[in-house]
Design a binder for this molecule. Structure first.
Ligand code: SAH
Ligand code: SF4
Length: 395
């Protein structure tokens, strides 16, 4: 299987080009793409409307394979976290966050968000992020990014006993800096948006970035989806410390780029994420400085909302979550200035699935390695194999 191609690596154009190398027409690629992404199929012999000759050809040269699931945890609040093995002792996580609307006696799934990883580890090394503390291992491939959605969507349809779409929103807020893995990210986003793939609207796919300025401009041209920018500080001195990438792309340059992005974006605002750290970035004067900062860029067309994230502590950070009252006062100062501000609910923290807790108690790459090895062994005992595909089949 090593020399064979994983078809999860292709967006529809890529798959069409690949099918051409097999002497097949473009519409065959569309059929194949629909089987894979809309129906969760991985077995070519089951793709009944494809010519038998094509199915046999594909079976010899290609495969559709999800990432091995190391663990799956379900929180009391319905959040589900998967730890996937990406080889070489590395693991990445994806988290499903359901939101239910109460409909009389029944609760109906209103929105299903999947938080997806883009890298194993991260090179940006933000002070408050456990992924950053792990260091950088490697970029995920397009197939590894898409595999998280492919697996989760088709697993959840079976789990919730529905043939309707379950995942309505994707946020690139798992492990890694998506804009430092640009070439793999864009085909993955296109697969999410494609009507023959997951058919998600651009407004419901969000790339979250610590501020890789040139790549924000490229995303505007190549695949403008909703943009969230992790701000965390109202001035360069503090941001240089919290988000070291700020030394390369300082705040004014970043905010000017955000304003430019809005000319192409599917939403008319940028979401600024702000992780609330006790005594570090949560003072009322800092809220006022943030207001001044965004007002300075309003003339360029910058429109924004703030999402305040209560810090999820981990031991090595040496940082503490801001008290709820301080978060509320900070939010009020921003709101009173006319900036829409929300405070993020923490979800799934009983299973370490909250922001910045991804990778849970994993302290460094060596520990990831040990944990992957240990849990793989457990899986092998439980299901006879560590590989579970989207149809729940093990191989
Ligand atoms: N690298 C991208 C996307 C992944 S991080 C980025 O930085 O935007 C997703 C979000 O989780 C970011 O806003 C990040 O600042 C936040 N985050 C990271 N560590 C956190 C922690 N310990 N507590 C709360 N939020 C955290
Ligand atoms: Fe990387 Fe984002 Fe974590 Fe910063 S917050 S280290 S950019 S994953």
């Amino acid at each position: 299987m090593t020399s064979s191609v994983n078809l999860l690596d292709f967006d529809l154009n890529g798959l069409a080009a690949y099918c051409e190398t097999l002497g097949e027409k473009r519409f065959r690629a569309t059929q194949l793409f629909r089987w894979i992404h809309q129906r969760g199929a991985s077995d070519f012999s089951a793709m009944s409307d494809l010519a038998k000759s094509l199915r046999e050809k594909l079976a010899g040269v290609a495969h559709v394979t999800a990432l091995p699931v190391i663990t799956q945890h379900e929180s009391k609040d319905g959040t589900i976290k998967w730890l996937f093995d990406v080889g070489g002792g590395n693991a990445v996580e994806a988290v499903f966050i359901p939101e239910y609307a109460d409909d009389g006696d029944d609760s109906v799934l209103d929105r299903g968000t999947l938080c997806v990883s883009s890298q194993a580890g991260c090179a940006v090394n933000c002070r408050f992020c456990s992924t950053g503390h792990q260091g950088f291992s490697r970029n995920l491939t397009t197939g590894e990014i898409v595999a998280q959605l492919w697996f989760a969507e088709h697993f959840l349809r079976r789990h919730l006993k529905t043939d309707q779409r379950v995942i309505s929103n994707v946020v690139m807020m798992g492990m890694g800096e998506p804009l430092q893995n640009y070439s793999a990210l864009v085909p993955a986003l296109r697969t999410m948006l494609d009507d023959h793939g997951y058919g998600l609207s651009r407004r419901r796919v969000t790339v979250s970035t610590s501020g890789v300025v040139p790549m924000i401009d490229r995303l505007a041209r190549d695949c403008p989806v909703a943009l969230a920018v992790s701000l965390h500080a109202p001035d360069d001195v503090l941001r240089d410390h919290l988000v070291p990438l700020n030394r390369k792309y300082p705040l004014d340059e970043l905010l000017t780029t955000c304003a430019r992005y809005l000319e192409h974006a599917p939403r008319d605002f940028i979401t600024f994420e702000y992780c609330m750290l006790d005594g570090v970035n949560d003072a009322p004067e800092q809220a006022q400085k943030l207001i001044d900062l965004v007002r300075r860029h309003a003339g360029e067309g910058l429109r924004c909302k703030f999402n305040l994230i209560p810090f999820n502590p981990f031991p090595e950070s040496g940082l503490v979550r801001s008290p709820a009252s301080r978060v509320q006062s900070f939010a009020k100062i921003l709101s009173d200035a006319g900036i829409v501000t929300t405070v993020r609910k923490t979800r799934g923290d009983d299973i370490d699935a909250a922001c910045g807790q991804l990778a849970g108690d994993v302290k460094d790459r060596t520990r990831v390695h040990e944990r992957v090895a240990r849990q793989r062994t457990v899986m092998l005992h439980q299901v006879g194999s560590a590989v579970v595909d989207a149809n729940g089949k093990t191989s």
